[in-house]
Ligand binder design. Structure first.
Ligand code: DC
Length: 230
């Protein structure tokens, strides 16, 4: 299948398998995969390490905004895919802990943080052939993306997936805490003032609660064939 030079936006709730699906799409179509959540996670890690989140979880929005000018968060392509860096430090693993997950939604609700990340994400849009996952890619980052997918799945299925993923990485999470974190993030992400998680009217919904990766790839190939005639 010869896929044209398009941008594919994959948005949706936490742990719906957006990144796994987007990675598979990138591999199959020969596209670059970019995980926008990783940038929010890296900014969150920076805030945690620099005393910009107090013990109650309150973000020092003014302090963080002031620090953004000098903060270098970026992606680097490696043979295994893109990795996230703060300056010269590879933080790809550190940004996936439950501690970072529990602070990332309030950090990503700070408007200056959203501007910071959006500016960096849009640099990748120039040449097309990218698949980017997140919460507002189809609504705000790339509103002109030629294909927008909105992913959803049953919350227990999602919590189980995230739990298994963390265990596979050697962490030892508590299932109920993982589920609680998902629900909290869904709520904050959908109710923040700036660029909340919501479905773009031109997005296609994919509920993958009962789908395998193989099912999902068959689904996307069919969508792309029908829409772009390739
Ligand atoms: O996809 P993820 O779970 O790694 O994303 C982490 C957080 O980053 C998510 O809870 C909300 C925020 N995020 C966002 O606000 N907008 C995006 N485009 C991507 C992520």
């Amino acid at each position: 299948m010869k896929v044209p030079n398009i941008i594919i936006a994959v948005d949706g709730y936490s742990s719906t398998g957006k990144s796994s699906f987007a990675k598979l799409i990138a591999k199959d179509f020969g596209f670059l995969y970019l995980d926008s959540g990783a940038m929010y996670r890296a900014v969150t890690l920076y805030a945690m390490e620099n005393g910009l989140i107090d013990p109650d979880g309150k973000v020092d929005a003014a302090g963080l905004s002031a620090a953004l000018d000098a903060l270098d968060v970026h992606f680097e392509a490696t043979p295994e895919g893109s990795r996230t860096f703060i300056g010269g430090r590879d933080v790809e693993n550190e940004i996936r802990t439950l501690e970072v997950s529990s602070h990332v939604s309030p950090v990503s609700a700070v408007p200056q943080v959203r501007d910071y990340v959006d500016t960096r994400l849009r640099l990748f849009g120039k040449s097309g052939r990218i698949v980017m996952d997140g919460r507002d890619i189809g609504t705000t980052v790339f509103p002109d993306a030629q294909l927008k997918i909105f992913m959803t799945a049953d919350v227990d299925v999602r919590a189980r997936r995230r739990y298994d993923e963390m265990r596979a990485k050697g962490q030892d999470p508590d299932f109920e805490s993982v589920k609680k974190n998902l629900l909290e993030r869904d709520y904050i992400d959908s109710h923040r003032e700036t660029s909340p998680l919501k479905m773009s009217p031109d997005a296609i919904v994919l509920d993958n609660s009962e789908m395998t990766f193989d099912d999902q790839m068959k689904w996307i190939r069919k969508v792309v064939q029908e829409r772009f005639g390739c």
